[in-house]
Design a protein around this ligand. Structure first.
Ligand code: ATP
Ligand code: MG
Length: 333
């Protein structure tokens, strides 16, 4: 049987070209090789304050983006995390086998907490336990992750091993799956930083749902390096980033890309890049817009049902192992 994978993205901020090229595009490929679950992790999103209306809207947008990018709901499970309450229930159980010191050690927690100073929510600390529950609920074998999630997956494995040792074999211990290096796309405004959903400066990112004018404007304003030559060069991160985007979108070799721009100026590079990006996004945006609310609802309902069937079985096993089911019946006899 095909191995099972679980992937998720948070419906926060705007899904950008980096997210697509670095993650979603790989998922579309992986779904044909693995039994795949693709989740929209809105319970993770609320570990930081969110506007409820915007969160709901972004959740549906992200589901549309998954589908428009080629995640096929006939092949894969697509669902919203909060639709399957077993995630939160298992997270509680796992919180009881997780040590505070393990959570406090997480680099992502330390970074995010440092930005918030005195308003750090307990959810932010417990984020990795929820992620562990996402993965373990489905007896996942492989978890496609970027470098930033390696520590969280390590904790997930530790929790699975600990639970199995203390309560009996219950969880499959998942392995990290680091897909062949996808391109790391940088911010158009600050090319030393990666393109990020949480970046407050929208000018740095091309969003998947940006219209043509916005894409053109963002590329036009993208920072460049000194000099005039257009070639890949680590010491010139802005131009290298623009060329990387062009390369990935066109599927050309680096030499072909450089040959294409030989003798041309930055303005030409930016306008060709804008055109390429607009053409690339167009079919995706058309498909995203083509899903009616009803069609989306149906797909997500079906995803929820199928996911919940698997999740329930695991949670029942967990509860029985921990003495949380059957306690009354046995006590009465
Ligand atoms: P945030 O700023 O909230 O962390 P993000 O843009 O980093 O948002 P994530 O939700 O953390 O997005 O990541 C979703 C997926 O996109 C991950 O697999 C991550 O590795 C990938 N990804 C994120 N940013 C980039 C980027 N700039 N280039 C390539 N891949 C990226
Ligand atoms: Mg990130």
């Amino acid at each position: 049987m095909a191995k099972r994978i679980f992937s998720g993205a948070q419906p926060t901020g705007n899904f950008h070209l980096g997210n697509y090229l670095g993650a979603l595009r790989n998922w579309v490929e992986l779904q044909h090789e693995y039994e795949s679950l693709f989740c929209i992790v809105n319970l993770h999103a609320i570990t930081l304050p969110q506007d409820p209306k915007i969160l709901a809207q972004k959740t549906r947008d992200l589901a549309r983006i998954y589908l428009a990018a080629g995640i096929d709901p006939k092949v894969s499970l697509v669902f919203i995390q909060s639709d399957v309450p077993e995630h939160a229930e298992l997270a509680w159980v796992l919180n009881c086998v997780t040590r505070i010191s393990e959570l406090e050690r997480m680099t992502q927690f330390k970074e995010k907490a440092a930005r918030q100073r005195d308003s750090v929510g307990a959810g932010l600390l417990n984020y990795p336990t929820l992620m562990a529950s996402d993965i373990l609920l489905y007896q996942t074998e492989l978890v496609p992750i970027g470098h930033d999630q390696k520590q969280h997956l390590e904790l997930t494995r530790d929790l699975a091993i600990r639970f199995n040792r203390d309560y009996g074999e219950t969880f499959r211990v998942p392995e990290p799956f680091i897909p062949k290096a996808g391109a790391r796309i940088k911010s158009l405004a600050e090319p030393l930083k990666k393109m990020s959903k949480s970046d407050e400066n929208a000018a740095g990112s091309i969003f998947l749902l940006d219209d043509a004018d916005t894409v053109s404007r963002k590329f036009k304003r993208a920072v460049t390096d000194s000099g005039t030559e257009i070639r890949f060069d680590e010491s010139r991160p802005a131009i290298t980033n623009l060329l990387t985007i062009y390369q990935v979108l066109t599927g050309k070799q680096p030499e072909e890309v450089e040959a294409n721009f030989a003798g041309k100026g930055y303005a030409q590079l930016k306008s060709e890049l804008a055109e390429t990006t607009i053409e690339f996004l167009r079919p995706l945006q058309e498909r995203a817009g083509g899903y009616t609310d009803e069609a989306l609802e149906r797909t997500l309902d079906e995803g929820r049902e199928r996911a919940q069937t698997i999740a329930r079985a695991t949670l029942e096993e967990v509860k029985s192992r921990m003495g949380l089911v059957g306690a009354r019946a046995r006590g009465a006899s």
